[in-house]
Design a binder for this molecule. Sequence first.
Ligand code: AMP
Ligand code: MN
Ligand code: MN
Ligand code: MN
Length: 288
Amino acid sequence: MNTKTYLNADLHCHSVVSDGTMQPEDLAERAAKNGVELWALTDHDEIGGQARAAHAAHANGMAYLTGTEISVTFAKETVHIVGLGFDAEDPAMVAGLAATRGGRGERAQQISDGLAQVGIKNAYEGALKYVSNPDLISRTHFARFLVESGVCSSTHEVFRNYLVEGKPGFVPHLWANLGDAVRWITSAKGIAVIAHPGRYKFTANEEYALFSEFKTHGGRAVEVVTGSHTVAEYVKYADMAQEFDLAASRGSDFHCPQESHTDLGSLPYLPGKLTPVWELLTERIQTP
Ligand code: AMP
Ligand code: MN
Ligand code: MN
Ligand code: MN
């Protein structure tokens, strides 16, 4: 497999196995049509779609890396750590992800209770209609239900008004520990990647602590070019990748044709000065 920097790699997206709306097979076809050469499906806290995704990638002529996006709590904030190229059967990884998913059902009931207090009834049942994987109910499913019921006109509006800190449907939750998440990935022969760092509401000191501790635990890459970043953030995190000697990743974070601004495979290439994460994963890439 060619591991050039200017590769159309899309190493971050979601299927119905978490909070995306498309089947892994349909995502693979869409990615290939958009010119993706190396693909990873990275469902939240889940690897149930990996075998289907790898198979569909190969059927569409793409190389594949296993993927997931682990929810972590760091400095009282939720941080996402993408894992790439790990062994999807590794027992510690499988158990760690199951434990991370574990609290989602009860959290969803509490989200529903919070929404009921402001007059939005039966949100749990409503959200469930959008859930394919009963272990993986997420805020996104609530957002889709609130759009359907006419409470808001877009999922972004639902998040802003109902599902973030200080709003009625927000429930604080303790996700995985940073060190544990990084170790599950690396012990399973994968590479841990800080997802969309530009999205976290950290002070400069907290962000520095995240990058430093991530490295101490064995993390080796950061998303630089992602659908969640502005062009200014590509520049900022390219510099931070160099400062912390981290490889760089690229991924759309595509969830749904109607909701996602960034389509699969449509982002700019990584800056040429960076080491692409796929250069660290040559042995782990599954070619067609
Ligand atoms: P959860 O894991 O249940 O907390 O849900 C997190 C997911 O919600 C993220 O992965 C995004 O897909 C989605 N999300 C978070 N913030 C927003 C937002 N402001 N607008 C739309 N979707 C969002
Ligand atoms: Mn999501
Ligand atoms: Mn994320
Ligand atoms: Mn994501």
